[in-house]
Design a protein around this ligand. Structure first.
Ligand SMILES: [Fe+2]
Length: 179
């Protein structure tokens, strides 16, 4: 399947970890098994639009304003790639692509949605995406220890992230969920 090929070119380990973590978090929040499945599938595609971003940009150690603006376009590219795909899983994927960079306080992109106007699937994946990115090496930073990443997530409750989702995430990590 072409979409799987695309996922393999991208950082598929990140996508799979975010998918698994998002499923665990959805379970912690009491969502149905069906919704947990949709979130898991959809989360795999959250950054699929990065396929259209030049590696000269994605591998940069420092971003300027222009770089940031171009990087943000991975959201619209992702939606465009999945635009002709039908079915519930792809609908979930589109919701996640469209909303995983929105922030609870309305300062995110692409639409600056605020609070519960951001789809729940996107609010769940946003926390898992940031946590995994912080705990991984990136061209611009070394991996953070999990405790530091958890403190960051906690500090962003009510800012970047839905407080209810953060609470469930912290609870889940304290219970030592296997990811
Ligand atoms: Fe993204």
């Amino acid at each position: 399947m072409i979409l799987e090929n695309v996922l393999n070119i991208l950082d598929h380990n990140h996508a799979r970890r975010v998918s698994k973590l998002s499923m665990s978090l959805a379970r912690q929040l009491g969502l149905s098994e069906h919704e947990i499945h949709l979130i898991g599938q959809g989360a795999l595609y959250h950054d699929i639009g990065k396929i259209a971003i030049p590696t000269s940009l994605t591998s940069k150690e420092k971003f300027n304003e222009e770089d940031r603006r171009l990087m943000q376009r991975h959201v619209e590219y992702g939606l465009s790639i999945l635009s002709v795909h039908t079915g519930e899983e792809m609908e979930a994927a589109r919701a996640i692509i469209a909303s995983h960079h929105e922030r609870w306080n309305g300062q995110g992109y692409p639409h600056g949605l605020m609070g519960e106007a951001i789809p729940l699937y996107g609010r769940i994946v946003a926390v898992c995406d940031v946590f995994d990115a912080l705990c991984s090496d990136r061209p611009y930073k070394a991996a953070w220890p999990a405790s530091k990443a958890l403190d960051y997530i906690k500090g962003q409750s009510g800012e970047a992230f839905d407080p209810r989702v953060v609470e469930a995430f912290l609870q889940m990590m304290a219970e030592g969920v296997a990811v």
